[in-house]
Design a protein around this ligand. Structure first.
Ligand SMILES: C[S@@+](CC[C@H](N)C(=O)[O-])C[C@H]1O[C@@H](n2cnc3c(N)ncnc32)[C@H](O)[C@@H]1O
Length: 272
């Protein structure tokens, strides 16, 4: 089912892509080129990418979020979300809605992807300061990945096959607000995601605040406009204790590519 959503912030009302549109219109190569070319050189999203990488580093460098099994939700065509986390778990499950993004992740795993994530690995090993080579870290991450699984957060059983044991850690970046049709739908998704996590397990989220759209090439994709307070209230109501929260106003990003007002990082623990 493809739902059409109205993007209200543009002068001319446009129909934004959502749901099944991702399968035809989300081009992984274009997305990577627009947003993930190079950590330092990238400017279209202002300092969003570095903010995100610093969050992933700080979340996992402290060593208090550890566990055997990690699930990344809505990985897209990029693995920057799990580089820091790869030190803190034994196995990593990647999950993604669009088949072409899963194929892109597969190519990266096999070493045939044109796009390079070297600057992201370099950032992480430099921050950790243990003299690890970025290439060794990339190999270590690949070793820990057990699979790339289909995921649809709009289904009651989002992760297929649905027989997975619960995870110790869940990570996710810029996905739930792209998948949720409205605030009530966000809460339904939060509860579904919660069921995939062990009691006492942690979720680490990176997301956008107040965004109604983002561009991938010529296609405009829908995003749920949500405030920091709304995000926190929903996760608390869904059985989580928020143990880390930071938000930051957006600085200097290209407003024709997305209209986010800020970004947030959240770490929350599923109640025992
Ligand atoms: C903006 S991209 C984020 C990708 C990546 N995690 C990142 O940080 O760049 C939004 C992601 O949400 C996923 N998505 C859209 N609808 C979804 C759904 N119903 N269930 C799960 N994921 C969905 C898309 O396939 C896409 O990977």
């Amino acid at each position: 089912m493809s739902t059409l959503c109205e993007v209200s912030s543009t002068e001319t009302m446009q129909r934004a892509k959502y749901g099944d549109d991702y399968k035809q219109d989300f081009d992984p190569e274009v997305y990577l080129e627009m947003y993930y070319t190079d950590l330092k050189g990238q400017t279209s999203e202002g300092d969003m990418l570095e903010t995100s990488m610093l969050f992933w580093h700080e979340t996992f460098a402290q060593g208090n979020i550890t566990g055997h099994r990690l699930l990344d939700i809505g990985t897209g065509p990029t693995i920057h979300t799990v580089i820091s986390a790869s030190n803190c778990c034994d196995t990593i499950h990647l999950s993604e809605f669009a088949p072409q993004n899963r194929e892109t992740l597969r190519k990266w795993l096999e070493g045939t992807l044109q796009h390079s994530f070297k600057s992201f690995f370099q950032y992480v090993v430099d921050r950790e300061g243990k003299g690890e080579l970025s290439s060794a870290r990339e190999a270590m991450l690949k070793d820990k990945i057990v699979g790339i699984f289909p995921l649809d957060l709009l289904q009651a059983e989002p992760l297929l096959p649905s027989l997975f044991p619960t995870f110790d850690i869940i990570t996710s970046s810029l996905c739930i607000e792209a998948a949720a049709p409205d605030l009530a739908g966000y809460e339904i998704i939060a509860r579904r995601v919660g069921k995939l996590l062990k009691e006492g397990g942690h979720i680490a989220l990176f997301g956008v605040l107040g965004e109604s759209f983002y561009q991938v090439g010529s296609h405009t994709f829908y995003c749920l406009k949500i405030s920091g307070e709304q995000v926190q209230d929903i996760w608390k109501r869904s059985g989580f204790k928020i143990v880390g929260w930071k938000q930051k106003s957006s600085l200097g990003h290209d407003a024709s590519l997305s209209d986010f007002e800020g970004v947030f990082h959240m770490v929350a623990q599923k109640s025992l």
